[in-house]
Ligand binder design. Structure first.
Ligand SMILES: NC(=O)c1ccc[n+]([C@@H]2O[C@H](COP(=O)([O-])OP(=O)(O)OC[C@H]3O[C@@H](n4cnc5c(N)ncnc54)[C@H](OP(=O)(O)O)[C@@H]3O)[C@@H](O)[C@H]2O)c1
Length: 364
């Protein structure tokens, strides 16, 4: 982080030297302002590019990042049986950390735990919790179980759910129960685990709390409004905690990826812009201690400065793009639904006709 600070001071110094030289050379003020603006943009671009390259490749290569194992013996991962959570568990285990797998399906937990123990020769602990329930139902139990561990180094607040299709907020599908479940899983799971684990980390003045968000907290996502709002909550929560505990050695990291191949996203094949959980987590682990709030995946990182650049240069543009994207999403969904309904109606009709012919033949 200190390197990035120096980078900014260096940019400030460059601007000051250039400004002084320009004033001394006696050119017109309009000329001067134009050049300062272009210089400002170039420095912003250069500084962002340097930060991205440093925190993604150079820093990890030079060993400026933090080795997860140096933070403690145990890592806790919520939603550890699939997707990102499963991959985090695997890669932390490969880093010789013992893993606490927290999820809702006992059989899946047992299978993953056995695989990790067998492959990486580490210890595991499984905790069955259904995070869709009210946190008051599992808080004490979770605290007792996690309290038995010594040396908790990492907490990955990964568990999260999203809608499986776009839904307008006034729809009856967004019921009170639906809202409660989404908030319990996407917000309360992270709050509860952080509340339990943070005091243990404070005792040792060491640890990392990694919160998995989504790019939707940066750009919003109409028709998925509850999902993107829960992620914005987690983003702000992480940012504020990192300031609250700035004088400790506890790391708070907020990750906001775009699509990753998983059950949730329904993307099966990895591409440049849709990484596999394995590739994503490789970058995520290398970013520890270097990136506090980041989309992590390099190709997702390119999109964010563009969005912020447009926000700066053309206020409202990003909102328009998000709105357009959401509308396309919604229209696409409606088209698919109409097609599906028509197909269903057609096959129902066929079924009726066949059963009708059947009953006729019986009568004959
Ligand atoms: N995939 C993406 O494109 C994407 C993009 C941006 C952000 N993210 C974020 O990344 C995180 C992980 O997403 P993913 O795609 O890896 O999800 P995923 O493949 O659907 O896996 C979700 C995990 O959470 C567990 N889980 C679900 N509901 C639970 C509950 N009520 N109680 C306890 N555990 C529960 C699942 O357990 P079971 O196996 O028992 O169901 C599973 O282990 C989420 O926070 C998501 O918002 C994902």
């Amino acid at each position: 982080m200190a390197n990035l600070q120096h980078n900014r001071y260096f940019c400030g110094l460059l601007i000051s030297i250039f400004t002084s030289a320009y004033i001394l050379s006696d050119k017109t003020i309009v000329n001067f302002l134009g050049i300062v603006f272009i210089l400002f943009l170039m420095i912003q671009f250069g500084s962002k590019t340097y930060t991205g390259v440093y925190t993604t490749w150079i820093g990890p290569y030079l060993g400026h990042n933090i080795n997860p194992r140096s933070l403690g013996r145990w890592a806790i991962v919520s939603g550890a049986t699939d997707g990102l959570g499963l991959e985090y568990s695997r890669q932390l285990a490969a880093n010789r950390m013992n893993i606490v797998l927290v999820s809702r399906s006992p059989e899946k937990l047992a299978r993953v735990a056995a695989e990790l123990e067998d492959e990486f020769k580490i210890e595991t602990k499984t905790i069955v919790v259904d995070f869709s329930r009210s946190p008051t139902e599992y808080f004490e139990f979770l605290r007792d179980e996690l309290g038995k561990l010594e040396n908790i180094g990492i907490l990955v607040n990964n568990v999260g759910i999203c809608y499986d299709k776009p839904i307008p907020f006034d729809s009856t599908e967004v019921s009170l129960n639906f809202m409660q479940t989404l908030i319990n899983i996407n917000i309360f799971a992270a709050l509860t685990l952080t509340k339990i684990v943070l005091p243990f980390m404070m005792e040792r003045n060491k640890g990392a709390i990694i919160n998995i968000g989504s790019i939707t907290s940066e750009i919003g996502l109409p028709f998925f409004s509850l999902y993107s709002s829960t992620k914005s909550f987690i983003q702000q929560f992480t940012a504020d905690l990192s300031k609250e505990y700035f004088n400790t050695k506890i790391i708070f990291q907020y990750q906001y990826p775009s699509y990753i191949t998983s059950k949730m996203s329904n993307f099966k094949k990895p591409t440049l812009f849709v990484p596999s959980p394995k590739s994503y987590v490789q970058y995520a682990l290398k970013s520890l201690g270097l990136q506090t709030s980041s989309p992590i995946w390099p190709w997702h990182r390119i999109v964010i400065p563009l969005i912020h650049g447009y926000k700066f240069l053309m206020p409202g543009f990003t909102d328009d793009v998000t709105q357009f994207y959401a509308k396309c999403f919604w229209i696409g969904y409606l088209k698919r639904k109409i097609k599906r309904d028509k197909k269903q109606a057609y096959s129902n009709k066929q079924g009726d006709r066949e059963s009708c012919q059947c009953s006729q033949s019986v009568t004959i």
